[in-house]
Design a protein around this ligand. Structure first.
Ligand SMILES: *Cc1c(COP(=O)(O)O)cnc(C)c1O
Length: 369
């Protein structure tokens, strides 16, 4: 296999929901480090997680993330494993002391989080948008009042499959827990409003294999008895996320992504880029006679944009996806739970990628009306 740069990939536009596009600059840098990291003489993948080199990689990744997201000193940053799905269990095991918790049911991923937490706790569902096919969220004033007996309130900031994103942080007296898997670092945020935030890396942060957890100090050490050793946040915090072998390569790539974010305008830079991309695609869909996005405008995600044919036509959908792929537009099939199409516009997706998609949609429409 020749080690030359794959020139084709510059012509490919990747809209995959996850694992998803990484910044090209990051991949090129990783390619350089792959055979010989610094002066180590070995690959970054081949070195001990206890080595001086890896220790520096790990520490820099955390420091850059703390700077980017303005993470206060009384919060720990954990590089966990097991995906966001493990957090569906870890959150109730660690933070559910009262046996009760409040959840918002806003789509596929909150449903999954609820199903898992129900195995351990009595849940109060404050609002559910199931009857609206998860295309909106009821206003906070219409939610059930949360009982103060709940140990926490959990919500999903961005529903990756339904394309529904909270434009605000819910008001609550309870410790707030958030699944930010698909929109963490897409825009500035105020960490101090949360007790705990988690995010699987493979959407907006890096490759699959690492899951970021940001947790306030005073929520450590509260896991229920018989919580598995690795599922106790305190284990991870006490061992600098190295209680066992961490996913070193994924951690390293996340570190490169954080550096890339810093030199590309930080989180406010990302926010303006992300908004520009999303507005362009929504504008194209809203003026389309073939396609539509059904999400309440107020809750439209700037990261994941599902769209459907206005009139169901399985054959035409297949043709669209096939021709898109031929044109280098990849990863546009909707999730198997919802069908249709979906474009994910994570930080690494460029305005040029988005324009290519909008042009393709407009041309497809001209040929198929
Ligand atoms: C992808 C995703 C998950 C699940 O992530 P895994 O890494 O597959 O466990 C959970 N929540 C949200 C919001 C997601 O987008």
């Amino acid at each position: 296999m020749p080690l030359t740069e794959n020139l084709n990939s510059t012509l490919t536009h990747n809209f995959s929901a996850g694992p998803a596009k990484l910044p090209r600059e990051v991949l090129l840098e990783a390619q350089r480090d792959l055979l010989n990291y610094g002066k180590s003489g070995i690959s970054v993948m081949e070195m001990s997680h206890r080595s001086k080199e890896f220790d520096a990689i790990a520490k820099k990744a955390e420091a850059d993330l703390r700077e980017l997201a303005s993470i206060p000193d009384n919060y720990k940053v954990l590089f966990a494993q097991g995906g966001a799905t493990s957090q569906f269990s870890m959150v109730p095991l660690n933070l559910g002391a009262s046996g009760k918790a409040a959840y918002l049911d806003t789509g596929f991923w909150s449903k999954k989080a609820i199903a898992e937490a129900q195995r351990y706790l009595d849940l109060q569902i404050l609002t559910s948008s199931k009857e609206n096919n998860y295309t909106t969220v009821a206003p906070e004033s219409a939610w059930h009042a949360a009982s103060s007996e709940n140990s926490y309130l959990h919500y999903t900031a961005n529903e990756t499959i339904h394309g529904v994103e909270f434009p605000y942080v819910p008001q609550t007296q309870l410790p707030l827990i958030c699944d930010m898997s698909s929109n963490f670092l897409a825009r500035p945020l105020d960490i101090s409003k949360y007790a705990l935030i988690y995010a699987g890396a493979q959407k907006n942060l890096g490759p699959a294999g690492v899951t970021l957890v940001i947790v306030r100090d005073d929520f450590l050490g509260k896991a229920r008895e018989q919580t598995p050793f690795l599922y106790d946040y305190k284990t991870l915090a006490d061992n600098a996320s190295m209680a066992n072998t961490p996913p070193t390569f994924a951690w390293y790539i996340c570190g490169l992504v954080f550096q890339w974010l810093k030199i590309n305008g930080g989180l406010s830079g990302m926010e303006s880029r992300n908004k520009e991309k999303a507005e362009l695609l929504y504008k194209t869909l809203d003026s389309s006679i073939l396609f539509e996005n059904k999400v309440d405008k107020q809750y439209r995600s700037i990261m994941n944009v599902p769209f459907h044919l206005r009139q169901a036509n399985e054959q035409l959908e297949k043709t669209f996806l096939m021709e898109a792929k031929k044109a280098g537009l990849i990863g546009l099939a909707g999730h198997r739970a919802t069908g249709g199409m979906r474009a994910s516009l994570y930080n690494a997706v460029t305005l040029a990628d988005t324009k290519a998609l909008c042009d393709f949609i407009e041309n497809f429409e001209l040929q198929n009306k």
